[in-house]
Ligand binder design. Structure first.
Ligand code: 4AD
Ligand code: MG
Length: 431
């Protein structure tokens, strides 16, 4: 008999098959038992009818505990009442691994309890759906950048320098000198763009964020494309195409997962249409002020401000040209204004905040050097970066997208912590 996965059940209707499963829940009466089953690929129901099976099979089914693993044999039927659409009528059960007192029962648990048991919580429906959407977004990222002619170039994780400011660094001891876990691969990707035209990185990023917010992890995954001979407008076009592509691929391939998460696909559809609106930082400040928010030109947007701005649009929105005082040294100066950079953040709709930060890069050697000195950066550390402006400097641009931020929005979650298998936050390093 053929052993299959639940996900392939639709191809085996009316056939007898064998599946390795775990029990998630069960309900039984004197004559029938309903077993909720999962095998990692999907969830569905097993039905054991007392009169149709051996006495011992029915007795065994009634005694199964949550998360006991077993082989189930039976016939696949269509079942239009369930999310999945199919079920198995059980003829035999063969226990593999017992499980008693599984800590996560089908009742509600507090979030800290669930996070303490993350290694087991991952088996539940919500994490299942989120991790599969995460995988979809990861695969679609590789596909998108490959189609656009990028190569993936991996920057180091252990670094001697800090591109995004020095306050949020994790320091570690590197043979008696300090090293830092990477906050961003960008400076290395710039070297890559000047070597290979279009590159991107996709890897873990570390920030010692002291703030406890729903949008910050201390370890998150970032995608950082960098493109040579490119100005900001073309970079923005790639950014919006990339987001639209990700949403489209989730809609194409993750309908079951979206259903499990109660995420209405109709809400996601408009996000597949580009272009996305663009407003300037100046306009965004004015918009906030007119909405009664106490904010001045020069302030950075807090989470409520970003939510207010994104609520004025029904698609992601770019905010262009931020004040120099609140952005890093490597951004390109505006040609006609000396108070702002050529940069943009992309805000997700529905109040999910910044999902992309990017800019055109400063190309002028002297200007960049002065800017770095003014910001107190040690030029011994950054000599290699200045070399990029010394030998064939070209206009180039890039951006960074936070994977967990995008997933939180696509899945419509309250907090980033559910989008990564084992979240790292200020108060959480285990499991
Ligand atoms: O805006 P950020 O800090 O930009 C950079 O790091 C640039 N070097 C990127 C580039 O131009 N190559 O971070 C980029 C994105 C943010 O828009 C956000 O989506 C995500 O990374 N991000 C975080 N995600 C989770 N937890 C955190 N603590 C994050 N900090 C930033
Ligand atoms: Mg940013």
């Amino acid at each position: 008999m053929q052993q299959i996965n639940i996900i392939d059940a639709p191809k085996h209707v009316d056939e007898e098959v064998k599946i390795g499963v775990w029990l998630t829940d069960k309900r039984s009466s004197g004559k029938i038992a309903f077993l909720q089953l999962r095998d990692g690929t999907a969830f569905f129901q097993g039905v054991v009818v007392k009169n149709n099976v051996d006495e011992t099979v029915f007795e065994q089914a009634k005694k199964l505990h949550q998360e006991t693993s077993f082989y189930v044999t039976g016939t696949i039927h269509q079942d239009d009442r369930s999310h999945f659409g199919y079920e198995i009528e059980v003829s035999d059960i063969e226990i593999v691994g017992q499980s008693e007192d599984f800590p996560i029962s089908p009742k509600e648990h507090g979030i800290e309890f669930l996070l303490d048991h993350r290694h087991l919580w991952l088996r539940s429906r919500r994490p299942y759906a989120i991790m599969r959407i995460r995988d979809q977004v990861i695969r679609s990222t590789y596909d998108f950048f490959h189609q656009k002619g990028f190569i993936k170039m991996d920057p180091p994780i252990l670094t001697g320098t800090a591109p995004e400011g020095t306050t949020e660094l994790f320091e570690t001891n590197y043979f008696d000198t300090p090293a830092y876990l990477s906050q961003s691969g960008q400076l290395y990707e710039e070297a890559g763009a000047l070597a290979y035209d279009r590159v991107y990185s996709f890897g873990p990023t570390f920030r010692a964020e002291k703030s406890k917010t729903r949008r910050h992890l201390t370890e998150f995954w970032m995608i950082e494309p960098e493109m040579a001979f490119m100005h900001q407008e073309e970079s923005l076009a790639i950014q919006e195409q990339y987001i639209a592509y990700l949403v489209q691929k989730v809609l194409d391939n993750c309908q079951y997962e979206l259903k499990l998460l109660d995420r209405d696909p109709e809400v996601l559809k408009p996000y597949t249409q580009t272009p996305y609106p663009r407003i300037s930082y100046d306009e965004a400040i004015k918009m906030c002020q007119e909405g009664g928010i106490d904010i001045q030109w020069g302030d950075d947007f807090g989470a409520p401000d970003e939510t207010y701005i994104s609520d004025q649009f029904d698609k992601p929105v770019f905010i262009l040209n931020y004040p120099k005082t609140i952005k890093p040294f490597y951004m390109k100066s505006h040609p006609t204004r000396d108070d702002v950079y050529i940069c943009a953040d992309l805000l997700a709709p529905e109040g999910y905040g910044e999902i992309i930060g990017g800019s055109e890069r400063e190309v002028d050697y002297d200007y960049l050097k002065k800017n770095m000195e003014a910001q107190g950066l040690n030029l011994d550390d950054y000599g290699w970066y200045l070399d990029l402006r010394k030998y064939g400097s070209v206009p180039h641009a890039g951006f960074g997208l936070g994977l967990e931020r995008v997933l939180t929005w696509i899945c419509k979650l309250d907090h980033l912590r559910e989008t990564i298998p084992f979240p790292r936050m200020i108060n959480r390093l285990r499991p």
